[in-house]
Design a binder for this molecule. Structure first.
Ligand code: GRF
Length: 246
């Protein structure tokens, strides 16, 4: 097994995605490992989770790209993962880590994304729009909020009587499955950013990316709408882990 991909995570909130990533790679011979966690908020749950897992942490000044780059260099970071990080990544960092920074967004981008669309605001906007499908997007990060090439998406139904909180919980459940699996595909070199950032290059078995790309959100939503969130999650896990088997 080759050396694990060294991941840095930036987070501003509770850190449940960070936890899902830590847990996913807590195996023998993992393809990736979290080596450093940074936050713009000193008292957030994400830093507490990192400390509990004995991962080095730091509170960062979000606009200070040179300092952040220094940290990434100090820890020999290969991949920068944004997990509920609410600030824009400075340009010198996006430039130095082109194709090596990813983010998760709790909706089906390009819908319900962009500046100001974060946290519960996303789910409130989904409900207000009357949409019956929302979802999760994992994407490469560039200089704009929520704009980079999409790595993987998965739909989540919006059900009658839903509130922003119930949608958020259903979406978060899928985030915890989709994000580690996308990171695993990146760590295994099965996904990379196309030259010029125009899209994503997918290698490996063709099935390897089918679960992430071939199902249109509408199709998948129909198939998932009748399922409980946990059944939907297990369907997703099964579809994607099949791909990850050698
Ligand atoms: C998630 O919904 C993520 O998609 C968004 O912020 C939230 C972070 O949650 N970007 P957590 O801190 O990982 O629990």
């Amino acid at each position: 097994m080759s050396t694990p991909t060294r991941i840095a995570v930036l987070a501003s909130g509770g850190g449940s995605n960070l936890q899902a990533i830590i847990d996913h790679f807590a195996t023998e011979n993992p393809s990736a490992e979290v080596v450093w966690v940074g936050s713009n908020r000193g008292n957030c749950g994400a830093l507490a989770r990192a400390k509990a897992a004995s991962i080095p942490t730091a509170v960062i000044e979000p606009a200070d790209g040179a300092a952040l780059l220094g940290k990434l260099k100090d820890h020999n970071v290969d991949l920068l993962v944004l997990a509920g990080y609410l600030r824009l990544v400075p340009r010198e960092v996006t430039a130095a880590f082109r194709g090596r920074i990813i983010n998760i967004h709790p909706a089906l981008l390009p819908a319900f994304g962009g500046a100001g669309m974060y946290g519960t605001k996303v789910h409130e906007a989904v409900i207000a729009s009357g949409a019956t499908v929302t979802g999760v997007t994992v994407h490469f990060v560039d200089e704009e909020y929520d704009r980079g090439a999409v790595i993987g998406q998965w739909p989540v139904p919006v059900l009658p009587g839903d509130t922003a909180a119930t949608v958020a919980a259903r979406v978060l459940h899928i985030e915890h499955i989709l994000y580690p699996l996308c990171i695993e595909l990146l760590a295994r070199g099965q996904i990379s950013l196309a030259p010029g950032g125009s899209g994503v290059v997918r290698k490996g078995p063709s099935a390897a990316t089918a679960a992430l790309t071939s199902l249109s959100p509408a199709e998948a939503a129909f198939s998932l709408a009748a399922l409980s969130p946990s059944a939907a999650a297990s369907q997703l896990r099964q579809a994607i882990t099949q791909l990850l088997l050698p």
